[in-house]
Write a protein that binds this ligand. Structure first.
Ligand SMILES: NC(=O)c1ccc[n+]([C@@H]2O[C@H](COP(=O)([O-])OP(=O)(O)OC[C@H]3O[C@@H](n4cnc5c(N)ncnc54)[C@H](OP(=O)(O)O)[C@@H]3O)[C@@H](O)[C@H]2O)c1
Length: 255
């Protein structure tokens, strides 16, 4: 069953669990990135964090995976860096744009033309419509490229990087992931640039680090719509046609 990020109240704990108890309000990412579309889920306590009171369950549920990816991807961003986010209008991109801006970067966001206003609202300085313009044709332009929908070879993407720049593949085609993991280090050796796959381990620490940035208003969870769990097919249909601007949240019924 799909659904990687959850927020809710603890209904039961195992005998070895010491840090949480029944009634605690928690949120996090499920092991294996699945199983969240349910009234009850069972997971490891080490992946869950306490939900602060100032965050709603819906807001909290938008943070773990997208926030963790963005937090790791932007960890080395310095003021004045030029950052490109490919697939910027989705769940992860929104966090990457906001955190890169918070770090002082100039951000280029690539997605569909009709998401440009939304991307600028989040903080993008420049937007590119992927249907009419190919960012990979640019030369020596970016200190960091975060690719959430990778479909270009590692031998192509490095050319858009500045000297010592970094390309981080986060999501995309499986064959590109494999190619980037294998050939990325070779490209790096030949060019002095870093080209690779960014793997973000699931952890409570990561969830807490991003939540601290939400508390500082470095990034604001964006909720497009909240659906009752039974309407999950309608939520997926909205995702499939690319109409959402922010996260779609599915709410389980109480009791
Ligand atoms: N590295 C890790 O540790 C890790 C862990 C978990 C997940 N992931 C991966 O991370 C990725 C996260 O992505 P996400 O959740 O942000 O995805 P998402 O919500 O599906 O967003 C992708 C965005 O890219 C747009 N897009 C589609 N084709 C494009 C193209 N050719 N060029 C530019 N933009 C394009 C989409 O537009 P439309 O809405 O119009 O389609 C959408 O706005 C997923 O692939 C996931 O598997 C990685």
């Amino acid at each position: 069953m799909p659904g990687s990020d959850v927020a809710g109240v603890v209904a039961a704990v195992g005998s070895v669990v010491t840090e949480y108890t029944v009634g605690d309000e928690l949120f996090g990412e499920l092991a294996g990135y699945r199983g969240g579309l349910a009234d009850l889920v069972c997971t490891r306590p080490t992946l869950l964090a306490r939900k602060p009171d100032w965050l709603s369950f819906a807001e909290a549920s938008t943070i773990p995976q997208a926030g963790g990816i963005a937090h790791r991807a932007t960890a080395d961003v310095r003021p004045g860096d030029r950052v490109l986010v490919n697939g910027a209008g989705g769940a992860g991109g929104v966090f990457v744009i906001a955190l890169a801006k918070h770090a002082g970067a100039e951000v280029t966001a690539v997605d569909r033309a009709d998401k440009a206003d939304f991307l600028r609202e989040i903080g993008a300085d420049r937007t590119i419509d992927f249907a009419t313009e190919d960012w990979a044709d640019e030369r020596d332009s970016f200190d960091l490229i975060v690719d959430l929908v990778a479909h270009r070879s590692p031998f192509r993407v490095h050319r858009a990087l500045r000297r010592h720049g970094r390309y981080a593949m986060v999501g995309g085609l499986a064959r590109i992931l494999l190619g980037t993991a294998v050939a990325g280090p070779l490209v790096g050796r030949a060019t002095g640039k870093r080209v690779g796959v960014l793997v973000v381990p699931q952890s409570r620490a990561e969830v807490e680090a991003v939540t601290a940035l939400v508390a500082q208003r470095a990034v604001t969870p964006r909720i497009d719509r909240v659906y009752p769990l039974r309407d999950a097919p309608a939520a997926f249909a909205r995702l499939a046609v690319g109409e959402s601007r922010g996260k779609l949240v599915l709410e389980a019924s109480e009791g």
